[in-house]
Every structure is written in structure tokens, then in C-alpha cells.
Design a protein around this ligand. Structure first.
Ligand SMILES: C[S@@+](CC[C@H](N)C(=O)[O-])C[C@H]1O[C@@H](n2cnc3c(N)ncnc32)[C@H](O)[C@@H]1O
Length: 392
């Protein structure tokens, strides 16, 4: 006998999903799940599969209708369900989902590049992708958020390059960090090294300002603007840069500096980058989404195993990221090797959030214990997150 699930915990459930989902509704009621991800059997004659992949058509339809009806009840109004599938059952599954969730709640049919090289064994075209159907429980309530993308980086202004610290922003504090910087045709450059060395007389602990003025005249004559690190542009008191000569030169070469012109001259800042967030595209195409990445993730955690085609954790992690709140609950009732649990824990770590998972699978060929539970135990150690084991 199991009692009401505590939705602040993670669960691994050994059960036929039809029974488990009914039980979950009975115990916890409806509208409790934020995100559902499932990867049902694609129902092909894949003889290599050692889990049950080949339901008879009627039986497969019954399984999908039965579980999706429960899934709809369990989803919150703002919740989303993602279903991986390939060409074999795509249209059939779309039909079933349109019936159950309503075609008005169809969000997208994502194309997922899971085999970038293309499968050589395919008959005509090298199969490179599969699909992921996305439905909302109620499209009006559902929020799809943007995804971090590392292909588009935003540049922004970091700290000022002149020193601003209260005590040591003067040029006397670090004489080797004082020199004029040159600017012409929207490009920064440095004075010559021997000129730099002449700016400060270390024997006398004195700046050689006559030399500085001559230098400024010389470069102005050549059409350069001169940028000096004033502590205050009104008093024209000279300060210093954060970098010494060599480091500043390197920063120019490496394009690490961003400049902006304003009424009192040119301001220099360190260039910083941040990944931008964008509305997700309908084609999911990252190396980290490939089946090879999925197999590697599993192998890295539990060593060699005999589970065919686990999904890539980064793929499910990105799906979760799109709609699941920071403390949301993610359900997977065709859990297989438990990739969804790993995806949730990865997302918690990466985005410092507190999502929970409930994953359920049959124990076919003892894979539940040989693979799924083993993986969850390894995840428990790696991420220091516990889970409860249930059996129905
Ligand atoms: C395609 S695999 C899922 C793989 C998973 N996404 C992963 O990354 O490892 C489908 C899984 O669903 C399980 N399964 C099939 N019928 C089921 C049922 N009625 N109840 C629960 N699990 C079932 C199979 O044993 C198999 O492990």
C-alpha cells in the first residue's frame, strides 16, 4: 500500500504506468504536475530492443490513450507534455493527442536531430531526426519561456578599465599602470614601449610630464585622440589603468575592450559576454541532443550497460527549462534508463533551482534494477539528492 506522494520529494516507481497514473490521481488528485516528458516505445520491429518496444497496434493505442488521459488529468492548467516519437507512429500519435488534449492545445511538433551523421542502415535517406510533440493542457494558460542559447552571445560593458578604487586609483599608487592610450579610426593602440618606459623615472620616483606632453602633441599631430585615465574628468587629475602596459596591449590584440564616446571623451570598459536567451526554435539541433550523448551520459554514470538508445539528458533538460517553474514537478512514465531524472538534477544544479521528478517504468528484463535504479543511485551520490523507491 502506498500513501499520498510528497511532491517535495523525488520518486522512482516500478509499475505499469497505467496503474501507477490511476493510483497517483487517486492519492494526490488532479492538476499536480508541471511538466511531463515521455519517450514511449516507438512500436517498431526493432529486434535489437530488449525492452518492450513492439506492442500490437491495438495494444499500443490502448496504452497511449489510457496513459495520456491520465496525464491530462495530472497536468496543471499551465503545464506542458512533451512526447518523443518517430515517423512510424507520429501521425497516429498526433491524432490521439488531438483527441485527448484538443487540437487547439497543440503547440508544436519539434524536429530533434538525434543522429547528426544520419543512420547508415536506413533504406533511402539517412535518418537524422525524430520528433517531439508538444501539447499544452490549456494553451491560454501555458507559458513557454526562452532558452539559453550559446550560439548568440551578447556583448556588454564590464568594469571600467581605469582604476576606481578609493585608495589606489592614483597614478602614484602604481606608476607602471599609467600611460596614454591612442585612438584613431575606431581602433585602440599603444604608444611605443620605449616611450612608455620614459613616462616615469623610477630612480627619482617622478613622472616625466614634459615628456608626456610632448608625446601627446606628437600623437595628436598624427591624428590620434589621446585617452588618459583621469580620476575625475573635470579636475583632469591623472589616475591609472587597471592593467600594466603589457596586459593592456594584450587586451587590445584579443579584442577585450569596449569603448564608448561621450561629451567628456572616450570611456574604456572590459568587454564581457553573456549567453542570450531566445525563444526556442522548432528544430532541436545540438551535439548534446544526440543518442551518442545519451549513451555516453549513462555510461559515465554506471559504466557499460545494455540499455538501447537512452535519450540525451541535455535534450530533456532544455525541454524542462522551457516551461517548468523553478520548483516544479516533472513526470516521466516511460522512464527507461531514467534520463529524465538526470535532466532534472542537471537543471537544478545549473540554474540553482529545486525541481522534483517522478519517474515510472516497467521492470523488463530486470532493466529497472540493472540500469534505472543503478543510475538513480549514482545520481544521488553525484548531486546529493535523494529519491524514494515505490513499487506497485
Ligand atoms: C523508449 S524507452 C524510454 C527511454 C528513456 N527515455 C531513456 O532515456 O532511457 C521506453 C521505456 O518504457 C518502458 N515501458 C513500456 N511500457 C510500459 C508501461 N506500460 N509502463 C511503464 N513502462 C513501460 C519500457 O520498459 C522502456 O524502458
Amino acid at each position: 500500500m502506498i500513501s499520498k506522494l510528497d511532491l517535495t520529494k523525488n520518486y522512482l516507481v516500478e509499475a505499469d504506468n497505467r496503474q501507477f497514473l490511476k493510483k497517483l490521481i487517486e492519492l494526490n488528485g488532479s492538476s499536480i504536475i508541471d511538466t511531463i516528458y515521455i519517450d514511449p516505445p516507438y512500436n517498431k520491429n526493432a529486434s535489437v530492443s530488449i525492452y518492450k518496444n513492439n506492442y500490437k497496434e491495438d495494444e499500443w493505442t490502448e496504452l497511449m490513450e489510457n496513459t495520456l488521459n491520465s496525464a491530462k488529468i495530472l497536468l496543471k492548467d499551465e503545464g506542458v507534455i512533451y512526447i518523443s516519437i518517430d515517423d512510424h507512429e507520429l501521425y497516429h500519435l498526433k491524432f490521439i493527442c488531438d483527441e485527448i488534449f484538443g487540437s487547439k492545445n497543440f503547440i508544436s511538433n519539434l524536429i530533434v536531430i538525434n543522429n547528426p551523421q544520419g543512420r547508415n542502415g536506413s533504406s533511402f535517406f539517412r535518418q537524422t531526426h525524430e520528433y517531439c510533440l508538444v501539447y499544452a493542457k490549456n494553451k491560454k494558460e501555458c507559458k513557454i519561456t526562452s532558452l539559453l542559447t550559446n550560439d548568440v552571445e551578447e556583448v556588454y560593458r564590464g568594469p571600467l578599465l581605469k582604476a576606481t578604487g578609493k585608495k589606489d586609483k592614483t597614478r602614484e599608487a602604481r606608476p607602471n599602470c599609467f600611460y596614454p592610450v591612442l585612438f584613431k579610426d575606431d581602433k585602440l593602440s599603444m604608444i611605443e614601449l620605449n616611450e612608455y618606459k620614459n613616462l616615469y623615472n623610477s630612480n627619482e620616483n617622478k613622472f616625466n610630464d614634459d615628456f608626456l606632453n610632448n608625446l601627446i602633441s606628437k600623437y595628436e599631430g598624427e591624428g590620434y585622440d589621446i585617452i588618459l585615465p583621469y580620476t575625475d574628468y573635470r579636475t583632469k587629475e591623472l589616475g591609472r589603468w587597471r592593467f600594466d602596459y603589457a596586459r593592456f596591449k594584450e587586451a587590445i590584440v584579443k579584442d577585450e575592450i569596449i569603448f564608448s564616446k561621450n561629451s567628456h571623451g572616450i570611456t574604456l570598459n572590459k568587454k564581457l559576454y553573456r549567453m542570450s536567451r531566445q525563444k526556442p526554435k522548432t528544430i532541436f539541433d545540438k551535439t548534446a541532443y544526440s543518442t551518442t550523448s545519451g549513451m555516453k551520459a549513462l555510461r559515465d554514470l554506471i559504466g557499460l550497460n545494455n540499455f538501447d538508445y537512452p535519450k540525451a539528458p541535455e535534450f530533456i533538460k532544455d525541454l524542462i527549462e522551457i516551461n517548468c517553474p523553478q520548483d516544479g514537478v516533472v513526470l516521466d512514465f516511460f522512464a527507461g534508463s531514467g534520463t529524465t531524472a538526470e535532466a532534472v538534477l542537471r537543471s537544478n544544479k545549473e540554474f540553482d533551482c529545486n525541481r522534483k521528478f517522478i519517474i515510472c517504468s516497467l521492470n523488463e528484463n530486470n532493466l529497472f534494477y540493472d540500469v534505472t535504479k543503478k543510475r538513480l543511485d549514482a545520481l544521488k551520490d553525484k548531486y546529493n539528492e535523494n529519491y524514494e523507491l515505490l513499487k506497485i
